[in-house]
Design a protein around this ligand. Structure first.
Ligand code: NAD
Ligand code: ZN
Length: 346
């Protein structure tokens, strides 16, 4: 399946469910350089024969300015010019880095993505946000610019670890909580194994997530309103991810439970809904609590990008499929985190 979507910052061609070998029809290999996740390069070595490649380590600490510089130096020595297309092949770390490098190298070159993780396919590769970290602040340096294509080959997922499958499901469950009660029901009936063993169900699931994310980004690419909803679970989640070095999806999972707990107070979310969300996250191998120090989490939150003079914009649930953006004061968040710590340690 192929289709194009036009966003204010560019048009993206979605090429879904082809084999990676077929990508050659859509690009000019001689004018392309692939930035490939080291693990993917090793696992699928034959697939990259005939391409010029730069290997990128999927290390969150190296999703950094230094790494951007390092990749730009390699591009320069390989003779990359304004006519070169950079193609990021990997999880969110590689696609974020590729989009960022492509946006600054020679004032911007074309780029495309081949996401190879579930999280990448359902979330990170979509939407045009290309960021790198600055110290403890996740994605603080960044730009919104769309890739010219995103190429999906779900066969890459066959080699994902159990942790990475669960990691991706955190974002899938996020879409279900925010927009899609039918998806929530479907996920409740199934399991990671079901999607691992049922290619068609997996492809439909990926397409559904792509649609959810694109619907939001088409309405609000610059994140002045609706796009903020996608930060459900990410406010406390990002702080926990950075402080406790948890995989992104795992931290977001804990963050979603925290947001539900805060919602019980702020939007009168029924506690039974929180329990349902928690149960679903656990069913997909995700953590729903973490040992954490409220004070430290608050310190990181104080520097959050979503902060303004009135407080921090927080995504709360009213019900499954119904979310709301609310500005919360640090005290309201602290109370929520503290209530949560009690609930979490019970
Ligand atoms: N730009 C966005 O809108 C956006 C959205 C969500 C997340 N992100 C970013 O994405 C990153 C997380 O992405 P991720 O979860 O994909 O992590 P990742 O890129 O770290 O990949 C996870 C692990 O899977 C390995 N891997 C990748 N593909 C594989 C394959 N096919 N088989 C086996 N192993 C494979 C990697 O080597 C790595 O060890 C974070 O940096 C996060 O900030 C960005
Ligand atoms: Zn995320």
């Amino acid at each position: 399946m192929q289709y194009s979507l036009t966003f204010p910052s560019g048009t993206v061609k979605y090429i879904l469910h082809l084999r990676f070998a077929e990508m050659k029809q859509f690009i000019e290999p001689e004018h392309s350089i692939l930035l490939v996740d080291c693990k993917v390069a090793e696992l699928y070595a034959d697939s990259f024969k005939g391409y010029r490649t730069i290997l990128v380590e999927a290390d969150e600490h190296r999703k950094s300015w230094e790494q951007v510089e390092n990749i730009c130096e390699q591009l320069l020595s390989m003779g990359a010019d304004r006519g070169t297309t950079l193609i990021g092949v990997g999880g969110g770390i590689v696609t974020d880095l590729t989009g960022f490098v492509a946006s600054v190298y020679m004032r911007g070159v074309a780029f495309g993505f081949v996401p190879t993780t579930l999280l990448g396919m359902c979330d990170a590769a979509i939407g045009g946000k290309n960021g790198v970290n600055l110290g403890l602040q996740k994605n603080l340096l960044g730009i919104i610019r769309q890739p010219s294509f995103i190429f999906y080959d779900a066969a890459f997922l066959k080699t994902l670890s159990a942790t990475e499958w669960s990691n991706g499901f955190a974002e899938v469950i996020k879409y279900a909580c925010l927009f899609d009660i039918a998806l929530f029901d479907e996920l409740e009936k199934n399991s990671v194994e079901y999607y691992q063993n049922n290619d068609e169900a997996l492809q439909l699931l990926i397409e559904r997530c792509v649609d959810h994310k694109n619907n939001v980004v088409l309405a609000d690419e610059q994140e002045s309103g609706k796009r903020k909803l996608l930060n459900f679970g990410h406010t406390a989640g990002h702080a926990i991810e950075t402080l406790y070095e948890m995989p992104h999806g795992f931290a977001v999972s804990v963050g979603m439970v925290i947001a539900c707990k805060i919602s019980e107070k702020e939007t009168k979310l029924n506690a039974e809904v929180t329990d349902r969300v928690k149960k679903l996250l656990e069913q997909y191998g995700l953590p729903t609590s973490a040992e954490m120090e409220t004070k430290k989490v608050m310190e990181v939150l104080a520097m959050d990008k979503k902060k303004n003079s009135e407080g921090i914009s927080y995504i709360l649930l009213k019900n499954i499929g119904e979310a709301e953006i609310k500005t919360l004061s640090p005290d309201q968040i602290r109370n929520g985190l503290e209530t949560y710590s009690h609930a979490g340690s019970r």
